[in-house]
Design a protein around this ligand. Structure first.
Ligand code: HAM
Length: 413
């Protein structure tokens, strides 16, 4: 029989890799809770029009990267490429902001048909965080500061904050005209995609990864020069709050983000240590998305980061997850294995993490004990059964002692 392999770009996270994932996930949950964020879970599959309307018809994600299929009822469905649109759909559908604004977060797999490389998968995992119903720049600043706290908790130091304002939709008209005029002057450099987008969504030309267009894109007119009074004030206040919080940031007018729903604040956290896919987190304000999806006007701000990229950054910072195994129990012989089984349960009653050896040769079980990172190894053979004792090995000190089973279970251990 031929072996079946995982789909390209969709990776297994194996047990050896998962301790860092778990450490990251636990830390995120703790930090988000500290800021009053509550968990929400939305489906992995949504009606395709949700993303077309939410993310924008003329974006890379919708045009080239979505997994779209028809179900048995001929309805067009999509695997979610991101979480924001689904969360906003849910907020409108259940009207869960009726009592006022709410902070929510979610975690899970997202799907984009991109060319796989280091830090870029077709199934990847995001933590996604949304502050729904908040208007002021204080929430934008709070989210950015919360991320800084998270990086610190994870031991990540080498990471840069880039912020920008991409104005309000009303301010965009003037920019759009300047942009179209600019691109028309450089029509000979535009590729097919860009020529098409010139009519439909010229801002998205700025996302192009085509190397031949990069220099021209660098010099294109910038949205930050078109800020209306409200957007300007919002951005100034955001910068003031970040400065007061002691956060270093760079205003980077080139950040436009790849999704159409943003306005005003956009930001990205970039790590120089994880390869070409260096953007770890990205987000911003999306004050018009609720209305675009059929809801009431509701200002909102959010961000997401990829777990795979954050794990790369943790590894670059030398992070290791400590083993939680307190006891590894090596045993040999029938009566020893029964005793080991009972002893393991007694130790777990006290809250310890206990791994039971497979029995058989002590040599190979001791190797396993070592690899498990256990603090102590308990050794039980025929001798120990007969003398009602256990041999306790301190894995850090390398010493061992024989103690009575009674003392071991009821004593300080
Ligand atoms: P995004 O910039 O498309 O934003 O994705 C956020 C993060 O997800 C990226 O910075 C990256 O870490 C990770 N990511 C994206 N694509 C891939 C991939 N193919 N492989 C691995 N990691 C990837 C959003 O998704 C917005 N929904 C963020 C947001 C929430 N804005 C407001 N609220």
């Amino acid at each position: 029989m031929q072996k079946i392999q995982a789909i390209r770009g969709m990776e297994d996270v194996l047990p050896d890799a998962s301790p860092l994932w778990e450490k990251l996930e636990d830390t995120c949950r703790d930090v988000f809770r500290q800021y009053g964020y509550r968990n929400i879970r939305t489906p992995l599959v949504e009606p395709t029009p949700l993303f077309v309307r939410g993310i924008g018809e003329v974006t890379d994600i919708v045009e080239k990267e979505m997994y779209v299929f028809k179900d048995r009822n001929d309805e067009s469905l999509a695997l979610r490429p991101e979480a924001t649109a689904g969360i906003v759909r849910s907020a409108i559908e259940h009207n869960f902001l009726y009592n006022g604004p709410m902070r929510v977060w979610t975690v899970g797999p997202m799907f984009r048909y991109e060319r796989p490389q280091k830090g870029r998968q077709r199934q990847f995992h995001q933590f996604d965080v949304e502050a729904l119903g908040f208007e002021g720049p204080d929430v934008d600043a709070e989210q950015i500061v919360m991320l800084a706290r998270l990086w610190k908790a994870l031991g990540i130091r080498n990471i840069e904050l880039h912020i920008n304002s991409i104005a309000d939709s009303a301010d965009r008209k003037a920019h759009r005209e300047k942009l179209v005029a600019y691109f028309e002057r450089h029509a000979s450099i535009l590729d097919e995609d860009a020529k098409r987008r010139l009519r439909t969504n010229p801002l998205r030309i700025l996302d192009s990864k085509n190397p031949a267009m990069q220099a021209m894109i660098e010099d294109a007119p910038m949205l930050i020069d078109e800020l209306g009074e409200g957007a300007q004030r919002h951005f100034e206040e955001l910068k003031r709050l970040l400065t007061e919080a002691g956060l270093a940031f760079r205003v980077n007018p080139r950040i436009v983000r790849g999704l159409d729903y943003y306005n005003r604040t956009v930001f990205e956290w970039i790590s120089p240590e994880i390869g070409a896919q260096s953007t770890i987190a990205g987000g911003g304000r999306y004050d018009a998305l609720f209305e675009q999806l059929g809801g009431k006007p509701t200002p909102a701000c959010g961000f997401a980061f990829g777990i795979e990229r954050l794990v790369l950054a943790m590894q670059a910072a030398g992070a290791k997850a400590a083993s939680e195994v307190a006891y590894f129990i090596a045993h040999s012989g029938d009566s020893a294995s029964v005793l080991a089984f009972k002893l393991a349960e007694s130790l777990r009653d006290k809250g310890n993490t206990v791994v039971l050896g497979t029995g058989g040769s002590f040599k190979s079980q001791l190797k396993k004990a070592d690899a498990s990172g256990a603090r102590f190894t308990v050794i039980i053979g025929d001798n120990e059964v007969a003398s009602r004792q256990v041999t306790l090995k301190d894995m850090r000190a390398g010493t061992q002692q024989v103690v009575s089973q009674e003392t071991f279970i009821n004593g300080k251990n």
